[in-house]
Design a protein around this ligand. Structure first.
Ligand code: BG6
Ligand code: MG
Length: 218
């Protein structure tokens, strides 16, 4: 079995608690268009790019919009979303994340971000986490949305490691699927029912370090 040399982290819902802000902004948009969607529906949006999320939401509401109108709607949602995270404090960094990142560094391993978000760099800067990352791959660098493994494959390439040598941390079903398709180890952060395909599912990173993760998944 390959040695584990690196970790790739999703951002929204793994590093920072932004998943809830995405939900609120999309729901506001849907409500303005005259319909609603549930928490369960929202699971299907996690890890999915902005344009693809809008396409799904419009489908749920049975609303048809031209390409040009979709651009305006996606921009409106992003405006609400970025407004809501503008003053996001460091407390929105999820519990256990900083000690965990430190444990990865202490083990001499590399760290990459693998996020669908085009706001990823701004968010990492806002909560002062940029320095932990050796590589950042985000929504500005990929053509395919998760469950396509592109974002993680690019992350591994940027770090100079093979997928088999990386552990991916994800809160989205589609993110776990992307990691597995790319032949990475996958750790799901959240509920077993949603993320059960992963090599390991944890409620959070609290009380875990990378050595314990590796010992558990291998
Ligand atoms: C993912 C989120 O990380 O990024 C999705 O899970 C979001 O909910 C996607 O739609 C794109 O984010 P952004 O910030 O580019 O709109
Ligand atoms: Mg996520």
């Amino acid at each position: 079995m390959e040695e584990i040399k690196a970790c790739i982290f999703d951002l929204d819902g793994v590093i920072v608690d932004t998943a809830k802000y995405h939900f609120v902004a999309w729901r506001r948009l849907a409500n303005e268009l005259g319909f609603d969607f549930s928490h369960e529906d929202n699971e299907k949006l996690k890890g999915v790019s902005r344009v693809e999320s809008l396409r799904l939401i419009l489908e749920w509401g049975k609303v048809e919009k031209t390409e040009a109108e979709q651009k305006v709607l996606a921009a409106r949602k992003n405006e609400w979303y970025t407004e809501s995270i503008q003053s996001m404090p460091k407390e929105e960094i999820l519990d256990g994340v900083i000690p965990f990142l430190k444990s990865v560094q202490a083990a001499g391993m590399k760290i990459a971000l693998g996020s669908a978000s085009k706001n990823a760099r701004a968010i990492l800067q806002q909560v002062d986490l940029m320095d932990y990352f050796d590589a950042i791959v985000d929504g500005n660098n990929v053509a395919h949305s998760k469950p396509h493994p592109e974002v993680f494959l690019n992350g591994a390439e940027a770090l100079g490691v093979k997928p088999e040598e990386c552990v991916v941390f994800e809160d989205a079903e589609k993110g776990v699927a992307a990691a597995l398709r790319g032949h990475f180890f996958a750790v799901g952060l959240g509920e077993e029912e949603v993320l059960g395909e992963a090599h390991l599912v944890l409620p959070s990173l609290v009380d875990w370090d990378i050595k314990r993760i590796i010992a558990t998944i291998k």
